[in-house]
Design a protein around this ligand. Sequence first.
Ligand code: NDP
Ligand code: HSE
Length: 443
Amino acid sequence: MKPIQVALIGTGTVGGGLLRVLSRNREEITRRAGRDIVVARVGARDVAKARKLVGPDLPVDADLMAVVTDPAIEIVVELIGGVVDAKRLVLAAIAAGKHVVTANKALLALHGNEIFAAAQDRGVMVAFEGAVAGGIPIIKALREGLTANRVEWIAGIINGTSNFILSSMRDTGASFASALAEAQRLGYAEADPTFDIEGIDAAHKLSIMSAIAFGIPMQFERAYTEGISQLTADDIRYAEELGYRIKLLGISRRVESSEDGRASGIELRVHPTLIPAKRLLANVEGVMNAVLVKGDAVGPTLYYGAGAGAEPTASAVVADLVDVTRLHTADPEHRVPHLAFQPDSLSNTPILPIAEVRTAYYLRLRVADKPGVLADITRILADAGISIGAVLQKEPAEGTHATDIIMLTHGTLEKRVDAAIDRIESLASALSKVTRIRVEDLA
Ligand code: NDP
Ligand code: HSE
């Protein structure tokens, strides 16, 4: 059969990995796909730089629009990243009847609803396995493998860069800045690493997974997002003393209306999280990602693998290329819907605001080392209906009268903790803002 013709736009970390994997495993990939998959054209901003990567034989063009609308091209692989140009090019490719493969989670989290609708109208596929958790086939698992289940919750380490930074700080004592620089050198970080360290990239991925798991539209703008940039070495150490590890987690949970007055809805949140050290997720280190998915029929399932990097991500992009090659002659009606659910049956279940989230908390307070301070704090927490699971009080540092009190609460509503923190911070003995980190058992 005639080889399928692919255009690649973007020849950076993942684009380079894609060309290497396609070339190295060409024979196996062809046997799986049923026909050869050939990159026939390349689009790059810097043609001379791209030429060094792709070699002398492939046409490289700076006019990306001409590349993605070339009548000879059947599949466009978008690996330029960013949102503005990527959206324009992907929509143009779809309008020209091309299937699209992308690893661009920012694009899908922000414009996926529009892009999937355009693809549906035109009868083409948009495949995006590489967009979430690098090489882990989590999209396929959620969309197809778990299709019998009512998903209850998802909790995942879904940003390789921030996990790499946290592991390096804990294991080697590396500084935040040097660990981030190493993650950038290894090709893990986004072009703007703020996306990694402030939880934005994880929220993009969580929005995509939640849409598939719960049958809702993509709603990145409603996700609660908090990154790792404010974590201190003290918090990492105190968490260890209490038997926990701190990980940046993306959590999405279905909430049925409950006895504590919460309406039904879906939690959608990314934040640093204390996890008991004995849990598998707590032991996922470096660039590795892991996603726990709890389905009502299957129970908890865990997916683990490299969450970033050239070839792990290329592994997912090639899987999409093979899928599209196998399916592109099929009747569009018979293909798996982009977001698992038929587009006309998406649910309007609301995303819950963070104030309505129920979880446990780690609270660290720097206070004057005076009698009665601990009693004041525990009274405020009791008034708010928050019960305390553990307390750790440190000796004042030499020559100071300031001490750290660390508390673990039992599960409670975030809005109650907000109110208690306001009162604690107004105590005369409070010497700093309260540090709050959410705690999840993940049992
Ligand atoms: P890189 O920055 O390494 O590569 C992007 C390439 O696209 C570069 O060659 C860049 O050119 C080019 N480019 C960027 N913007 C434009 C534009 N507007 N027009 C033309 N060319 C452009 O990124 P990655 O390969 O790391 O990432 C690509 C995509 O894959 C992103 O969406 C990213 O989020 C996603 N991804 C990345 C992973 C990773 O581990 N790196 C993992 C999973 C997904 P120049 O060199 O001139 O800037
Ligand atoms: N910057 C992302 C990460 C790339 O570190 O996880 C993979 O999506």
